[in-house]
Design a protein around this ligand. Structure first.
Ligand code: OOB
Length: 541
């Protein structure tokens, strides 16, 4: 396995192989097999493009060889920041084939995140779109290349590449066998990013074996077939639309992926009608927006069979409205980029589908619900969820110190989620212990934003907490103790943007206080802060 990654203990790996979970197939081999089985069928629809499985396979091979000719080697890390396009899949499979390891970042990430990830991963290349959503990624790429000279290549997937390498000019290799060894399925295939609780985003190494198991099993649980038409509405770099079952699960089943450049109804509804989409996945705020818009839409959404909702808690009331309003079934998905994914199943009683967040993919997913001392709570009592299993990582990449706290000595991942387990084995997400804000599915690590705020000369101390919000579930509030004249909210936001922080991490609300409420030992009491804020009062403690 790649250095600085924690492998599963040998006896677990053996058990997962013997159970047939880990098959030894790589992503590169999978695409070749799919291209043989479904050659002329359309794999991906994106803008004006309709690529068959054969097209995707050929393009991925060509790009893999081209990247190799540029000097990208197996196990080299490559930062990928692409919107939902067919090129995303071409790039992902090219890197898989080459055995180079994509670090999947969100289009919303900016220099603060990308520079850190490029450094931390020692990336040799950065692959971007020229622009998306009014943002020019070439400007960002310039900054990344300046600050991280190890990034030797910037590849621009479309448009005018200026000083960078456009995809079109990646050398076309002569026909023949590739000059690199076939990657090993037990090795790292890709990096996902953690929602995080610390100052810097953590990298999650996923192997071919473990990721493909979760994808294959997800496709089966979700009943995918070659007739499935999946609308990729959320950014596909995220674990949910990528693998639960997401674009990879749909390709695995021989179905069709329709790439939506934006998840808003104005973009998504016409695509559902035109492509007869059967399945899609959303975070709760988007599901609410879709339901609102669907009441008056002139678009025909009748092809939609299942709407998946996950990433944050979907209220029971909203869950009950999905079928009456959208005319399709709801599937709740509770997962994490670190591994574990839970689904409600189509054949289960409605009660479970509307009021729980599902049950794990695998019989080999081990679940513990524990109290503050790490002891198992009685059935039905809320506690922190700990988990380990055949597709849950045993450690973040290059993060020894953090790993010691984030995993138990016997390898359980501490999710930081407070759940309750029903007698049927379903999980209900009741809350969270980790210092993170879940802004409608977008995760914000409080400490990361606090560190940026502390760099402002007029900030003596800062605490970032969640405040409840009817639409997003939670919004972020930065509570600041000033040094001298208090900065304005606008100043602080501009300051954070200037530091290259992703837009969704910029605090929605800023409160200035003289001092923080503290706990018995003198630490900032975020519990007290949240209480005061929820009551609508600035905590003047
Ligand atoms: C998904 O992955 P991440 O890594 O962005 O976030 C994981 C965290 C969980 O630990 C939990 O706090 C929260 O997001 N979460 C939910 C939830 N699904 C995720 N909280 C309540 N209800 C749900 N249904 O968000 C993710 C990854 C794969 C599939 C689906 C979601």
């Amino acid at each position: 396995m790649l250095d600085h990654c924690t492998p599963w203990p040998a006896e677990c790996a053996e058990r997962y192989r013997a159970a047939g979970h880990w098959t030894g197939e790589t992503f590169g081999a999978l695409l070749a097999r799919l291209a043989a089985e479904h050659a002329g069928r359309v794999a991906v629809v994106s803008g004006g493009d309709r690529w068959t499985y054969r097209d995707l396979d050929e393009r991925a091979s060509r790009l893999a060889a081209g990247l190799h000719a540029l000097g990208v080697r197996p196990r080299d890390r490559v930062i990928v920041q692409l919107p939902n396009t067919a090129v995303f899949l071409e790039t992902a499979f090219a890197l898989f084939r080459l055995g180079a390891i994509p670090v999947f970042t969100l289009p919303a990430h900016r220099s603060s995140e990308i520079v850190h990830l490029a450094r931390h991963s020692e990336a040799v290349a950065y692959i971007v779109a020229a622009s998306h959503d009014g943002f020019d990624y070439r400007t960002l790429a310039r900054r990344v290349r300046e600050e991280v000279p190890g990034v030797r290549h910037v590849l621009v997937a479309d448009g005018d590449a200026a000083e960078f390498t456009p995809f079109d000019s990646v050398p076309v290799p002569v026909a023949g066998t590739p000059e690199w060894p076939e990657p090993d399925a037990s090795d790292v295939a890709l990096f996902q990013l953690s929602g995080g609780t610390t100052g810097t985003p953590k990298m999650i190494p996923r192997t071919h074996d473990d990721y493909l198991y979760s994808i294959r099993a997800s496709a089966e649980i979700c009943g995918l077939t070659p007739e499935t038409v999946f609308l990729a509405a959320l950014p596909v770099a995220h674990n949910f639309p990528m693998s639960s079952p997401g674009v990879f699960g749909v390709l695995h089943a021989g179905g069709r992926v329709v790439m939506a450049p934006h998840p808003a109804p104005g973009t998504a509804f016409p695509l559902i009608e035109a492509e007869r989409v059967t399945l899609t996945g959303l975070v709760p705020p988007l599901a609410l927006l879709w339901m609102e818009t669907a009441r008056t839409t002139r678009h025909d959404l009748s092809s939609l069979e299942v709407l998946q909702v996950g990433g944050a808690r979907f209220s029971d009331e909203a869950a009950a409205r999905v079928r009456p309003v959208l005319g399709c079934d709801l599937q709740q998905v509770y997962g994490m980029a670190e591994g574990l994914v839970c689904y409600t199943r189509a054949d289960e009683p409605e009660e479970y589908r509307l009021t729980t967040q599902g049950r794990p993919i695998s019989a080999d997913d081990e679940i513990r619900v524990v109290d503050r001392h790490g002891d198992d709570v009685p059935p039905g009592t809320p506690g922190e969820l700990l988990t380990r299993g055949p597709y849950t990582i045993r450690g973040y990449y290059r993060a020894d110190e953090h790993n010691a706290a984030a995993f138990t000595p016997d390898g359980f991942y501490r999710t930081g989620d407070v759940v309750r387990r029903t007698p049927s084995g379903h999980l209900v997400v009741e809350g969270r212990e980790k210092d993170q804000i879940n802004r409608g599915g977008e995760k914000v690590a409080a400490e990361e934003v606090e560190n940026h705020l502390l760099a402002h000369p007029a900030v003596r101390d800062a605490a970032v907490v969640a405040v409840p919000d009817a639409f997003l579930g939670e919004r972020t509030c930065a509570v600041v103790v000033p040094r001298g004249d208090a900065p304005t909210a606008a100043e602080l936001r501009a300051f954070l943007r200037g530091r290259g922080l992703a837009g969704y991490k910029i605090p929605d609300r800023v409160e200035i206080v003289a001092r923080f409420p503290v706990t018995g030992v003198g630490k900032i009491s975020k519990r007290e802060l949240r209480r005061a804020l929820a009551a609508g009062l600035a905590p003047t403690a």
